[in-house]
Design a protein around this ligand. Structure first.
Ligand code: HEM
Length: 414
């Protein structure tokens, strides 16, 4: 049971309209209750940049939280969801710092800026192909479903070493969407759909893992299972990591591309500034998009012991929600935090990829995808404009929103 059930101030974190304008509430929370216990979410929420970074680096907090939802279910449902629980724990060796270290040592070298830069021509080709196919269907293009989602999933599949002819992109996207149900707060039905997606995607990946063992695949599958790999992963562990990449590397990147474009539509003067600078400011603009509306709004951790933060005791076993979207608007760190400014000098301090031992391994790749995507779209379609009066947001709790579609007029560009 939570130790403090009656907070001194109460914030309605489940208000259905909160996602539209969360920052007034989050500013107030950061000012008056920076370590806040939410009874509805049964979680502690941290909103200050320094507290969030501190917990991300603190080994007294454990990174795997999702299994708690399964463990709280009746025994029969727990048994039913055992494969999902195992897959979560196997992801990136997150269950055990030593296993995580092994994972990092084996795979981090594939994500250095230099290695990632080698992917540029492939990513450019994929983006061009998707844009051309989309305009062939008409002058109105749905950037989310016609470009951003297939692009970021194609990049992950390529990275894994899956051959283009082996991948039915629609199928992989469907499974990954089902798995992303775990982004929600974890109702049993969502967990069941998530498990179904994992099992289906796992069955698709298994023969490719077997082929990687025989030396017939390249990319990350070869790095994890190929002859000469230093990793002693079982096939099931390699499949779990493959599933992880299709979830963590895909959904986030696709949302950043779509949210970022929406931000440029919402702030035409910033789009002009980017174009005036010949798009040389895209790396900073990327950080600013991550800061202003990054794809990951909150990250969960579990306290392994009682931990005192700003005089409040977060009890052992409690869930902590690190509000990245609030930390990214902390006025102690960012000047005029509610202004979207693609030339901002402090944008690189954003925490959208987190920091510390578990921070995003794929950030150089995500940055490259962003650079290629915005360069191609803004150059190819200089008159690009939204086709609908209002953005088509869908909400995921708590505090997250993403675009279900983003229909644009390409302005006749090829
Ligand atoms: C804009 C796009 C992206 C965002 C916002 C993002 C964000 C994140 C976040 C918040 C985490 C969790 C960190 C934590 O628990 O402290 C994470 C982990 C991870 N991400 Fe990303 N990510 C993105 C793209 C990618 C891509 C393209 C890949 C690779 C294909 C990738 C691979 C990973 C991996 C492997 C981890 C686990 C790292 C570990 O446990 O050591 N990410 N990412």
């Amino acid at each position: 049971m939570p130790s403090q059930t009656v907070p001194e101030t109460w914030f309605d974190l489940q208000h259905p309209d909160l996602y539209r304008a969360p920052h007034a509430v989050l500013h107030e929370m950061r000012r008056t209750a920076p370590v806040y216990f939410s009874p509805e979410l049964d979680s502690w929420m941290l909103t200050r940049h320094d507290d969030v970074s501190g917990v991300l680096r603190d080994r007294r907090f454990h990174t795997v939280e999702e299994y708690k939802k399964i463990d709280a279910l009746p025994p029969e449902e727990q048994r039913e969801l055992a494969p999902l629980r195992r897959t979560f724990l196997e992801w990136g060796g997150r269950d055990d710092p030593a296993a995580h270290e092994v994972f990092l040592r084996a795979l981090k070298k594939h994500f250095t800026p230099r290695r990632v830069a080698e992917q540029r021509p492939v990513i450019e080709q994929m983006t061009d192909r998707l844009c051309s196919a989309a305009v062939e269907r008409g002058d109105v293009v749905d950037v989310v479903n016609d470009v951003a989602h297939p692009l970021s999933m194609s990049v992950v599949c390529h990275l894994l070493g899956l051959r283009r002819e082996d991948v039915d992109l629609g199928f992989v996207l469907d499974q990954s969407h089902a798995i992303a149900q775990l982004l929600e707060m974890g109702e049993p039905d969502q967990l069941r759909r998530s498990q179904e997606g994992m099992l289906t995607l796992g069955a698709f990946l298994a023969p490719h893992v077997a082929a990687a063992r025989r030396g017939e695949r390249s990319g990350l599958l070869a790095a994890m299972a190929g002859p000469g790999t230093p990793l002693r992963y079982t096939d099931s562990q390699v499949v779990s990591q493959g599933i992880m990449f299709t979830v963590v590397g895909y959904h986030t990147t696709a949302n950043l591309l779509a949210n970022g474009l929406q931000l440029l539509f919402d702030h035409p003067e910033q789009r002009r500034a980017l174009v005036e600078d010949d798009l040389t400011g895209l790396p900073t603009a990327f950080d600013e998009m991550m800061r202003f509306h990054g794809p990951v709004s909150t990250i969960r951790r579990v306290a392994l012991e009682d931990v005192t933060v700003r005089g409040r005791v977060i009890p052992r076993g409690a869930t902590v929600l690190l509000a990245l979207l609030a930390a990214n608007r902390d006025p102690e760190v960012f000047t005029a935090p509610d202004e979207f400014d693609v030339r901002r000098s402090d944008a690189h301090r954003q925490l959208g990829f987190t920091t510390g031992p578990y921070s995003c391994m794929g950030q150089a790749l995500a940055r490259l995808e962003g650079e290629v995507f915005f360069r191609i779209l803004l150059t190819r379609w200089p008159d690009l404009a939204p086709a609908d009066p209002e953005p088509d947001w869908t909400v995921f709790r708590p505090l997250g929103k993403e675009l279900a579609t983003l229909r644009v007029r390409t302005g006749g560009g090829a």
